[in-house]
Design a protein around this ligand. Structure first.
Ligand code: PNS
Length: 163
């Protein structure tokens, strides 16, 4: 069985993430969407790990071979423990590349049996990120189309602070 791990902060999951997860689910027998800890993100998370997992589960319930998990340790250790053969990441722009390339090389060193597979983002999601979604929602902007419709209200309710 070919297992892939799709790691990220997912705070919250966006249409860009969902696109990558859906495409990975066609390429692999099983895809584990892994809510992971990114030490370089210093700002307080909008959603707890449990909430992020619940949001991802809701928007991926149509995908039979996708499951959701979390990990606060090294990604490479988690990948090894599951027997996954791939780490799937989405690449939006050249600006993502250097950071992702560095992580892919480090993960290859730590877990030589797994390959990092990059899927290029769909053009409509090129500018999309959880941070952009959070900023727009917090200022009362419309995030329809940026996040899956099932979780639109959850995000607006959490982030919009009326002034
Ligand atoms: O969505 P993000 O924040 O860009 O995802 C980055 C993430 C969480 C996948 C990355 O920070 C990660 O793998 N964290 C787990 C800790 C780890 O293994 N760090 C070393 C990476 S080489």
């Amino acid at each position: 069985m070919r297992i892939a791990v799709c790691p990220g902060s997912f705070d919250p999951v966006t249409m860009g993430h969902l696109d990558i997860i859906e495409r990975a689910s066609k390429l692999f027998d099983k895809v584990i969407v892994l809510v992971s800890f990114n030490p370089s993100k210093k700002t307080t998370a909008a959603f707890s790990v449990k909430e992020r997992m619940e949001l991802i589960s809701r928007v991926t319930k149509h995908l039979d071979n996708v499951l959701v998990d979390c990990n606060d340790g090294l990604l490479a250790d988690y990948v090894r423990s599951t027997g996954a053969s791939a780490i799937v990441k989405g690449l939006r722009a050249v600006s993502d590349f250097e950071y992702e390339f560095q992580m892919a090389l480090a993960n290859k060193h730590l877990c030589p049996d797994a390959e990092t597979v990059f899927l290029t983002t769909s053009t409509e999601n090129m500018y999309l990120s959880s941070s952009v979604v959070k900023e727009i929602a917090s200022l009362g902007g419309d995030i329809t189309g940026f996040v899956p419709p099932e979780i639109l209200d959850d995000i607006n309710e959490r982030l919009f602070i009326e002034s």
